[in-house]
Write a protein that binds this ligand. Structure first.
Ligand code: MG
Length: 285
């Protein structure tokens, strides 16, 4: 492995949703992004061409396009369960259709991976609720396969054993994991380093994000997101575990404090420095 196998990335948006603006990415000299779903009006062939041209000028590559939908909120863990991803039934079919459109837009941009928080998967494998969401994810994987794309499930809402079981039940060879170590702490459902070892080669993209566990009730009250390298993830141990698991690919910083853009930019800049230092240190040793 060499240092260039691990480019730094950042979670970004062009016009809507989570992530920093492209101009910030450029100012910080970051060369890869994961892109949060652009607004519907932007998802046209003309816009894709324009956007691809801009990225080329900036020397920025998109590694993953992340699904996002109107009506999602991460306000509380309970509200997240009610509103996020493909699990909520009232919006499932419409969001599945929209996922196809987003995937087609990503294809126009030459992106081969779609990331998603699919939501809180029910735990009873014998239930209809469970088999229905397995079927939904199969349908999405099959659509993506035709586009030459993979689906990366974001970690967080499931403990790692349930996630592995779910992936095995979906039984699709283009189904992988976007590993977010902070989410395991935020949702109070596991230890990031153990999860990396268990997921191993299924990890195809990552979020470098950090967090402190809640002082309240895990799984009910949110933990607190903090800048990468300052929380309970242990940034160096996390990267070491990833590399030991055979991961290569972008190390994508996610820092969700859109209400404070200046602080967000500074903290992402510090994250870039930290990751570059750690990669150099770990790849040499
Ligand atoms: Mg994440």
């Amino acid at each position: 492995m060499k240092v260039s196998d691990y480019p730094v990335g950042v979670f970004a948006s062009i016009d809507a949703g989570l992530g920093v603006k492209l101009e910030v990415v450029r100012e910080l000299g970051i060369k890869t992004i994961q892109l949060h779903t652009p607004a519907k009006a932007s998802r046209t062939a003309g816009q894709a061409e324009k956007f691809a041209g801009k990225l080329k000028d900036y020397g920025i590559e998109i590694t993953v396009v992340f699904l996002g939908f109107d009506g999602e909120t991460y306000e509380t863990i309970a509200r997240t369960a009610e509103t996020v991803g493909l699990v909520p039934k009232a919006t499932r079919q419409a969001r599945l259709q929209e996922s196809f459109e987003i995937a087609d837009f990503a294809k126009l941009l030459g992106v081969a991976a779609i990331g998603s928080h699919i939501g809180f998967v029910p735990h009873n494998r014998q239930s209809t609720d469970y088999t229905e969401i397995v079927e939904t994810v199969r349908t999405l994987c099959d659509y993506l396969a035709k586009n030459g794309q993979a689906l990366h499930l974001e970690t967080g809402q499931e403990d790692v054993d349930s996630l592995l079981q779910f992936m095995d039940d979906v039984e699709r060879s283009n189904l992988y994991v976007n590993f977010d170590p902070a989410n395991l702490i935020l949702y109070g459902i596991g230890k990031p380093l153990e999860a990396v070892a268990k997921l191993g080669k299924r990890i195809r993209s990552v979020h470098c994000k950090d967090a402190l566990a809640t002082a309240g009730t895990p799984g009910v009250d949110w933990g607190k997101e903090v800048p990468f390298g300052t929380g309970q993830v242990d940034a160096e141990a996390f990267l070491r575990a990833l590399f030991a698991a055979g991961y290569t690919g972008a190390l994508t910083i996610e820092r969700e404090i859109p209400e404070e853009p200046q602080r967000q930019k500074e903290e992402i800049g510090q994250g870039v420095k930290l990751i570059e230092e750690l990669v150099k240190k770990l790849i040499k040793s």
